[in-house]
Design a protein around this ligand. Structure first.
Ligand SMILES: [Mg+2]
Ligand SMILES: [Zn+2]
Length: 165
């Protein structure tokens, strides 16, 4: 029996937390725009006892489109905006690699970043969910034994609350 008691909702970033329209990569904090309803949605999950963890592929770093430092600034803006809804993100895990520039074990659809979070926070995967808008999110979730929730890019996620609560 799995005695780990922490429940988590894992979240993809682009297209789930923030708008993923024509940009393809968010390369500057000014381009980071929260999706409608995401603050309220995450607050509901947090209030229900879920730990919130972001797992994101940021291959633009490998491509030289932005730096680790710029990504940190983008994430600082994200955390500030979410905190205005009372939302606390436990951790952000990102893969900075891109297959055009070499193989890695952490880019979704691989599940290494999820596994790291499961171990660090003693999360029970069977009581957790992964919300993502791409097939690579779904595959990573399944590899880690977590139930996937597939969304459309940039949609208001409130309609998924009844699955999660
Ligand atoms: Mg996405
Ligand atoms: Zn990687």
């Amino acid at each position: 029996m799995d005695t780990r008691s922490t429940r988590a909702v894992f979240l993809d970033r682009d297209g789930v937390i923030n708008s993923d329209q024509d940009l393809y990569y968010v390369t500057h904090p000014d381009q980071f725009v929260l999706n409608e309803g995401i603050g309220e949605f995450l607050k509901k999950l947090q209030d229900a006892g879920y730990l919130l963890i972001i797992i994101t592929n940021q291959g633009g770093i490998a491509k030289g489109l932005y730096s680790h430092q710029t990504l940190a600034e983008i994430h600082k803006k994200m955390l500030q905006q979410l905190s205005s809804y009372g939302v606390n993100i436990a951790e952000i895990y990102y893969c900075p690699h891109h297959p055009d520039y070499g193989k890695c074990l952490c880019r979704k659809p691989e599940s290494l970043l999820i596994e790291k979070a499961l171990a660090r926070f003693h999360i029970n995967p069977q009581q957790s969910f992964f919300i993502g808008d791409r097939e690579s999110d779904i595959q990573a979730a399944i590899k880690a034994g977590i139930q996937p929730v597939r969304t459309e890019p940039n949609e208001n996620l409130m309609k998924y609350l009844q699955i999660l609560l």
